[in-house]
Design a protein around this ligand. Structure first.
Ligand code: ADE
Length: 257
């Protein structure tokens, strides 16, 4: 069970994500609890404002400290948990960070809006700034949803089958092979014959080779890391392992694994 507190001025944006099939079911099963906290509920401003103009000029508005401080203080055990602030200035979200967060019992995310937040919020609460990529969105809500979705896949009970989070492309260290479903022939476009033949060993080998090819083409640095990790290639015969090694050699000019 993981509890994720989300501080936002737009809690309604999270509705569809909370109710969406996998996360929704995870919530019902008690595997994940998303606790939405409306920052506006804590403002002492008579106009219910949560933002103000920046000192020193500049365009846009900043989130003021008071409502955010009070919203954070309303979270029990806040001092003992990671607090994240979604921001394009942050460390880029990656697998290591996602796995680390999936291990904690509770964490809190602050979603910024306007042009950012008063720096004292980040400093006082020792917030970790997290970015989902080198582009700027209008607020931290969508990035927070991306993070929650990625973390949730590692929480036991969220996905039907525990293995599936690990199996996915990227987490296995390689990009996934192309996939097909019925019909075998759609308007003359056919599914590769090997996939419809039912020989599971041959299919596994084909999929791994395709994964290697695609990774070499699109993410050569990822293939290099994979090769360096000396993957076991369990379940493949000596002859198949040689085929795989030769393929890697032809694609990278390197001989390993
Ligand atoms: N807020 C605005 N842009 C963002 C980004 N790229 N990542 C995280 N939070 C953001």
């Amino acid at each position: 069970m993981i509890r994720i507190n989300v501080l936002t001025v737009f809690p309604e944006m999270f509705g569809p994500v909370k109710e969406q099939s996998i996360l929704g079911k995870a919530g019902e099963k008690g595997a994940i609890e998303i606790n939405l906290i409306n920052i506006r509920d804590f403002t002492e401003d008579k106009h219910r404002r949560t933002d103000d103009t920046p000192f020193g000029g500049g365009c846009g508005m900043l989130m003021t400290p008071q409502p955010v401080f009070d919203a954070l203080r309303s979270v029990e055990g806040i001092k003992e948990q990671p607090i994240l602030y979604m921001s394009p200035r942050g460390r880029i979200l990656d697998e290591d960070m996602i796995r680390e967060l999936a291990e904690v019992e509770e964490f809190t995310i602050l979603c910024g809006h306007y042009e950012g937040v008063d720096q004292r919020i980040l400093d006082h609460w020792n917030m970790r700034e997290v970015s989902i990529g080198d582009y700027v969105l209008t607020g931290g809500e969508l990035p927070a949803m991306v993070l929650i979705d990625a973390v949730s896949r590692f929480i036991p009970g969220v996905l039907g089958n525990e293995e599936s989070a690990e199996d996915e492309s990227v987490y296995s260290g390689l990009l996934e092979a192309d996939q097909y479903t019925r019909p075998r022939d759609f308007e003359g476009m056919e599914v590769p014959e090997i996939l419809t033949g039912g020989d599971h060993k041959k299919i596994r080998l084909w999929q791994l080779k395709e994964s290697i090819r695609i990774t070499a083409e699109r993410r050569p640095e990822m293939l290099e890391t994979w090769v360096r990790s000396e993957p076991e290639l369990d379940g493949f015969t000596k002859k198949e392992k040689k085929e795989i090694t030769d393929l890697i050699k032809s694609l990278t000019g390197k001989k390993t694994c």
